[in-house]
Design a protein around this ligand. Sequence first.
Ligand code: FAD
Ligand code: 3HM
Length: 382
Amino acid sequence: MTDSRRRAEISGGGFAGLTAASALAQMGWSVRVHERAAELRAEGAGIVLWNNSLQVLDKIGATPDLQARSMTPPAYETRMNNVIQSQETLDGIRWRTMTRPHLHDTLLTAARESGVEIIANSEVTGATPDGTVTFADGSSAEADLVIGADGVSSAVRDSLGIPMKRERSRDGITRFLVPRRKAELQALEPDTEWDNVIDFWNLDPRVLRVLYTPANDEELYIALMSPSADADGSRVPIDLELWTSVFPQLAPVLQDAAGIQGRYYGYQTTRLEHWTDGHVAVIGDSAHAMCPALAQGAGTAMQNAWTLAVAATAALDAGEDLPAALREWERLERPYTDLAQDKSQWYADTREMAKGNQFTGDSVQTALYNPTDPNRHEVHAA
Ligand code: FAD
Ligand code: 3HM
C-alpha cells in the first residue's frame, strides 16, 4: 500500500529537527529525520529553556519526561567581584534548567513515539526549492516539505545559496557538566543559595566570568567565559590555577571541570536574507545562530519548529500554495527570533548583563512568547 500522507524530510537530529519532526508526525505527516552522526546524542553541557519552548514541549507531549530531570532554580543571581548585584526571582516567567543530553533524550523519545523515522549515518548534501533532498550516498528523496535543521554549518542552507551574514563577538565560553558538590560549596560559602543560577562576573582587572547553573539534583552546568584574546582564559583544558584564583568559592567544581578536555566556543551571530525557498525552510542554528546571553538559541529553534509545522499543515489543509505559506510564516514569526538575536548580541558585545536586573522588557519578550497560542500575534507584538 502506498503512503498517502504528506511527506517531510528533515536534515539534522538536534533540538530543532526533532521538535519539528514530532510536531509534523503528530499532525499526520510521514516524517524522516536524517542525522549525519552515527549516534543521536547532544553535544555540550547544560541548557536553560523558557516559556516559548516549554509550551512547545507541552504540545508534543514531552513535558512529563522533561520535568523528571530538570529544575527551576529559586533565582537568577548576578554578582560582580562576588558582590550580589541582583537576585531575580523571575516571577510569572516559566523557565527550567536541564542538561542537554536530557533535553535531547526527551525529544528523541517524543519523536519515536510520534512515529518519526530517524536515520543515523545519513548525511544530507543539499536541497532544491521543488522539495528534493540529496544525500552523501548519492541518493535523493522528494518531499512536500524539506527542513534544514542541520546547525550552524547547514548543508541545506548553503546548497540553496541563501545570503548570510556572520558576526563574531570578542568573548566566548567553555561549557562543562560536573557533579553538584553542594555540601562542599556550602562549606566554602555558607550564606550562598547554591540552588540559584549564579552569574559570577569579573570585569576588572581581567574579564573572566563563571555562569553557575544547577541542572538537577546531581548535575551542575558551568560555563567559563573569557575574551578570545585572553590565551590563558580561553585555554582548554582550563587553567585551574587562574580560574580558582579568581573564583576560590568554586574550587571544587572548577577542579572537576579541569579534568574534562572542553572546547572554547567563540560567540557568533548568523543572519540569513530569508529562511525559506520554495518547499524548503531552515530553522534553528542553520537559520539564526545567536549569542547565548538570553539562552534562546534552542528555545527559538523549537518555537520556529512548532510554528512551521502548524503553518505548513494549515496551508496544505486549505489547499494553499506551500511556498507562499512558508514565506508568510517567516514574515510573522521571524521578528521574535530577530529580537532575541539582536538583544543577545548586544549583551555579548556590551557585557551589560554584569549589571544584574536584566530580565525585564525586551530581554524577556521572547521568553514570554507563546508560539502555541493562536492569538499570539495580537498578544505579543514583536
Ligand atoms: P544543532 O544542535 O547544531 O543540531 C544540528 C544537527 O544536525 C546535529 O545533530 C548535526 O550532527 C546534524 N547535521 C549537521 N549537518 C548535517 C547534515 N549535512 N546532514 C545530516 N545531519 C546533519 N540555547 C538555549 O535555548 N538555551 C541555552 O541555555 C543555551 N545555551 C547555550 C550556550 C552556549 C555556550 C552555546 C554555544 C549555545 C547555547 N544555546 C542555548 C544555543 C543552542 O545550543 C543552539 O541554538 C541549539 O543547539 C541549536 O539547535 P539546532 O537543532 O538548530 O542545531
Ligand atoms: C544559559 C546561558 N546563559 C548565558 C550564556 C552566556 O552569556 O554565555 C550562556 C548560557 O549557557
